[in-house]
Design a protein around this ligand. Structure first.
Ligand SMILES: NC(=O)c1ccc[n+]([C@@H]2O[C@H](COP(=O)([O-])OP(=O)(O)OC[C@H]3O[C@@H](n4cnc5c(N)ncnc54)[C@H](OP(=O)(O)O)[C@@H]3O)[C@@H](O)[C@H]2O)c1
Length: 268
């Protein structure tokens, strides 16, 4: 990805920026000139018993270093999106360090793979906390600052095809992503008057720890993409505001085909 400068002077927060899709989005926004806050739970080293080690374990420090190595600017901040105190600190530290917030990418997410008859209640609670409550509480904490700035902005979350269709053994995950879609599309209307775009981006099937860790039966026919495949779509979305593009649930694979630069999409 070459530096484009289209996000110069913008400050972005990316949750789940330690690996996978969130890392690629962080790198893309930084390459486009944004100052990027990389947020997730893993700061320096994944513990030796971490299951992530096997599949390209990631830390927020690694992502920030990769951005710095490429000439960009990043700040790694430890944040568990299920904890309000962490979200509050995330906003405070971002504003203290970079002075503003223009772009928020709610990417952190976890799977919840289990037939309902075997469903462990704590697995479901965790998926709902990370995939629904976290993304909404994140907005609760960033919005006062974004509204105060009066400069508009762009918020988007990373959803899944599971929010729209049946995925075997993944009722809990599907319901969490369907609720996330509805929450963000409703929020788009709530903050339209502040010129803040809110959209929902579906990445397709992506080769990450989450994908490799799951069984995900019935998805084998969907082409597997590398995390970098999201970079262009995420960068364009980050540059939007409510006057240009808001309230849409879009597919990464359709970027440049049904939505994107120069494509008129009717308001929802
Ligand atoms: N891979 C796919 O095929 C696919 C398809 C559709 C949608 N998605 C969605 O894409 C997003 C990214 O997934 P991925 O495939 O890149 O998975 P991943 O490699 O497992 O990455 C998940 C990220 O979320 C972070 N995270 C997990 N729990 C968190 C918490 N409580 N607080 C803060 N950060 C947390 C992780 O960092 P720490 O562990 O360091 O906190 C990590 O950075 C998810 O929302 C997922 O549902 C993925």
């Amino acid at each position: 990805m070459t530096a484009t400068g289209e996000l110069r002077d913008k400050v972005a927060i990316v949750t789940g920026g330690s690996r996978g899709i969130g890392r690629s989005i962080s790198l893309a926004l930084a390459a486009a000139g944004a100052q990027v806050v990389v947020a997730a739970r893993t700061e320096n080293e994944a513990p030796s018993d971490s299951p992530f080690i096997k599949f390209a374990s990631g830390t927020i420090s690694d992502t920030a270093q990769q951005i710095a190595d490429a000439g960009g600017e990043a700040l790694p901040i430890v944040c568990d999106v299920t904890k309000s105190a962490d979200l509050q600190r995330l906003v405070e530290r971002t504003v203290k360090h970079f002075g503003r917030i223009d772009i928020v990418v709610s990417n952190a997410g976890v799977d919840c793979e289990s037939p309902v008859v075997d469903l462990d209640e704590s697995l479901l609670d965790r998926a709902l906390a990370v995939n629904i409550k976290g993304p909404i509480m994140l907005c609760k904490h960033v919005l006062p600052e974004m509204i105060r700035q009066k400069g508009g902005g762009s918020i988007f979350c990373i959803t899944s095809g599971a929010s729209m269709g049946y995925r075997e053994g993944r009722v809990g995950y599907s319901m969490s992503k369907a609720a996330l879609d509805r929450a963000y599309l409703s929020l788009a209307e709530e903050v339209r008057e502040h010129n803040i775009a809110v959209n929902v981006l579906s990445p397709g099937r992506v080769d990450t720890w989450m994908n490799r860790n799951g069984d995900w039966p019935g998805t084998g026919h969907i082409p597997m993409e590398q995390p970098d495949s999201i970079m262009e779509a995420a960068t364009w979305l980050a540059a939007q505001n409510a006057a240009t593009f808001t309230g849409h649930r879009i597919e990464r694979a359709e970027f440049g085909v049904t939505w994107g630069p120069g494509i008129a999409v009717p308001a929802p």
